[in-house]
Design a protein around this ligand. Structure first.
Ligand SMILES: NC(=O)c1ccc[n+]([C@@H]2O[C@H](COP(=O)([O-])OP(=O)(O)OC[C@H]3O[C@@H](n4cnc5c(N)ncnc54)[C@H](O)[C@@H]3O)[C@@H](O)[C@H]2O)c1
Length: 430
């Protein structure tokens, strides 16, 4: 019941009542090449059988007791007049008690969490709630989206390496099993597709991939690509396409929503920075272009600044160089709205993960890379270039539609190993 999830839910309610348009949702507003190639394009929602907005039913967990109406009011993303029109439907969405571990989220005091009874008891509780939700709502299928606060950084290790070891760790109440992993494990066992909108390691673990593959369920993650990283993955491929050099990319953000408050904890911030940093080296491939990108200095800062609320501001100062090495600069000041950018992505991911489930696509869904800062793959390096990611999504939609991918259409981008960020100070990383 945070900013992202309530903005997505309230938005769906508003769109289905004809109050607003689903801007930013590729699933609802995008087009792909039709069966006869470039000659005619077809709306995605006509190319493949996506679930209709009218058929969606929402439920969720939180460690705070607010219903979706109160939570969206507090998030201050949507205006009061719109929320008032949706009030009865939003008020009816009340969270189940969350699975909380204060070691992983320290800036929020859980007021609506379960009494700790061990990991297996938590799994059983989440499974029971999903089962009851399915029964009461009569939902045919379920997608679980993780939109909870970013957890403190955790380096995946042995216990996440196989399902057997993970289940052993669950039984032993191992502290390396986080709440977000418990939700994913329980959701998969209940036959749900799982999408991780957060930087936490909630699905991108060999143990959970093994479970998803065994149960033939789709997984996608990690961390929605919304503001600054979105622009980075649009601009960097353009500079590279024209063989312009880049010597430095300094990115800073201020945000004042609850997400920002949680990220004020250096350990949670580390999780976010990790997912923001890898994109540039992957797109620019300095090992292939040492003269252009061999000395790239990439810095990302995020600061919590309460007055700004959800209206995040991002600055990029980019040092580029051209003919004979002469330097130039590009400045970007993106005054964005964090949850307004993120909500349509969460909706698309719910619709596409459900489509993947029905089409029996299982494990990591790399055709959904477009939506993530750190996309999961089926083994190869992640795709980061937005146009390559968009092509990959289109190819998969056309494949599901039963139309062949055109000859020579790029299935995968050329990528390199991800950057290895080293912390520089509490709020800074290279
Ligand atoms: N809002 C965006 O634009 C955006 C963009 C990209 C990624 N994300 C990621 O999505 C996540 C949510 O973002 P947000 O802006 O909605 O944050 P938020 O703080 O508004 O919402 C997070 C919610 O999760 C709840 N929560 C925390 N721990 C929980 C647990 N263990 N179980 C159940 N609920 C729990 C909190 O009480 C809160 O209501 C964050 O990880 C954020 O980094 C958000």
């Amino acid at each position: 019941m945070g900013s992202l999830s309530t903005t997505m839910i309230a938005g769906v309610l508003a769109v289905r009542r004809g109050l607003r348009k689903p801007i930013g949702s590729l699933a609802l507003m995008g087009q792909v090449r039709g069966p006869r190639g470039p000659a005619g394009s077809v709306p995605i929602r006509e190319a493949v059988p996506l679930a209709s907005l009218d058929s969606l039913i929402f439920g969720g967990w939180d460690i705070l007791p607010d219903d979706a109406f109160l939570a969206s009011q507090k998030a201050k993303v949507l205006e009061k007049a719109l929320l008032d029109q949706l009030r009865p439907e939003l008020e009816a969405i009340r969270p189940w008690r969350g699975i909380f571990d204060p070691r992983y989220v320290r800036r929020i005091k859980g007021r609506h969490d379960t009494t700790p009874g061990g990991h297996l008891a938590s799994v059983a509780k989440v499974e029971k709630e999903i089962g009851e939700f399915r029964e009461v709502s009569q939902a045919a299928r379920i997608v679980v989206l993780n939109a909870a606060s970013t957890e403190a950084h955790l380096q995946p290790g042995d216990v996440h390496g196989s399902l057997k070891l993970f289940e052993k760790a669950l039984a032993a109440d191992d502290e390396r099993v986080t709440p977000s992993m418990i939700y994913t494990y329980a959701a998969l066992r209940q036959g749900a597709a799982v999408v991780n909108c957060t930087p936490s390691h909630a699905v991108d673990l060999p143990a959970l991939t093994e479970l998803a593959l065994g149960l033939r369920l789709p997984l996608a993650g990690r961390d929605l690509k919304t503001g600054q990283t979105l622009l980075k993955t649009i601009l960097a491929p353009g500079l590279k396409a024209r063989a312009l050099g880049v010597s430095g990319w300094y990115s800073t953000n201020i945000l004042g929503n609850r997400d920002g408050e949680v990220l004020d904890d250096p350990e949670c911030l580390r999780s976010k920075q990790e997912s923001k940093l890898s994109v540039l080296t992957s797109i620019l491939e300095p090992e292939l272009h040492p003269d252009l990108y061999g000395k790239l200095d990439h810095l990302v800062r995020i600061d919590y600044y309460a007055p700004r609320g959800d209206e995040k501001e991002a600055w990029d100062s980019i040092d580029i160089f051209g003919w004979l090495g002469y330097p130039m600069q590009i400045k970007i000041n993106f005054l964005c709205r964090d949850s307004i950018l993120a909500a349509p992505l969460a909706l698309d991911l719910a619709l596409f993960a459900d489509l993947a489930h029905r089409t029996r696509l299982s494990g990591p869904q790399d055709w959904l890379s477009l939506y993530f800062k750190s996309p999961m793959t089926r083994g190869g390096p992640p795709l980061h270039d937005l146009s390559v990611q968009r092509q990959r999504l289109e190819d998969e939609i056309r494949r599901i539609a039963g139309w062949e991918c055109p000859e020579g259409s790029p299935r995968r981008g050329r990528t390199s190993s991800a950057a290895k960020p080293g912390a520089r100070s509490l709020a800074t990383a290279r």
